[in-house]
Design a protein around this ligand. Structure first.
Ligand SMILES: [Zn+2]
Length: 255
């Protein structure tokens, strides 16, 4: 016999004018609170502000590294110049990557229109563009330094170049979402089931319009939410299996 499935809902609380936290029941029948979601645009805005703060902090570490390299400051004078500068580059990267990940996440919650392709690309890959600013200047200062010997220059340049590549790639959005794409997906779901409501399991790669989709046969918990909620989880493709099943049902009804 099939296991009984538990549906975890992501519901809207009208009185609070924001989406209430999702809840449901675990295996023992206990209520599970998943997360507290606010308005999509507001949530995206918070993530974008935090991303910018993290990027600024990252670039601040680069500037500190450059200042120490050029003897403008002498902080932590007990640490040699080379390990200090490498430490600054590592901190630069450690703040830069979370900033970029938040930026990309915000753009999946509140996507931008793709009508202007250049603006769309620039906005989605702002982290990749900024990674040049976060690592290239220090590379130039290292290479032109009169203070460092050849070996030190090679080591620090290698570290900064690897950091630049890691930051650039991790900031790039390989699967960007546009507002048109999200709107089309919402319309399709509404056309099929009459309401913006979809389902997914923790291991799902797609969202489903039918909570009884065979894809859920092994799932004990499934989540219910809007298409935007599914997009936020990185699920941007609908399960064709349940959409086709629904379409067949509609056709039978019409006959
Ligand atoms: Zn399905």
């Amino acid at each position: 016999m099939a296991k009984e499935k538990k549906i975890v809902k992501v519901e809207k609380d009208e009185t609070k004018k924001e989406e209430k936290g999702s809840y449901g029941f675990d295996k023992e029948g206990k209520i599970v609170k998943v997360e507290n979601k606010g308005d999509a645009k507001e949530r995206a805005k918070t993530k974008r502000i935090l991303a910018i703060v993290l990027w600024i902090l990252a670039i601040t570490f680069e500037v500190i590294g450059i200042l120490r390299l050029t003897d403008k400051i002498n902080w932590f004078s007990n640490i040699d110049k080379v390990p200090f500068v490498i430490g600054a580059i590592v901190l630069d990267l450690a703040f830069f990557i979370p900033g970029s990940l938040l930026w990309k996440k915000a753009n999946h919650i509140d996507p931008r229109s793709e009508k202007n392709k250049a603006a769309f690309w620039t906005w989605n890959n702002l982290g990749t563009i900024l990674s040049v600013l976060a690592f290239l200047p220090i590379i130039i200062f290292v290479l032109t330094s009169k203070d460092l010997d050849k070996k030190d220059k090679t080591v620090v340049t290698a570290v900064a170049t690897v950091a630049l590549i890691i930051a650039g790639i991790s900031s790039y959005d390989f699967n960007p979402v546009s507002s048109e794409q999200l709107e089309k997906a919402q319309k399709e779901v509404i056309a099929e089931v009459g309401v913006d409501r979809v389902y997914w399991a923790p291991t799902s790669k797609k969202y489903h319009v039918d909570p009884d989709c065979p894809a859920f046969s092994q799932s004990e918990t499934i989540y219910e939410g809007t298409v935007a909620d599914a997009y936020e989880k990185g699920l941007t493709d609908p399960c064709r299996r349940c959409i086709h099943a629904l379409e067949e049902e509609h056709e039978e009804e019409e006959e």
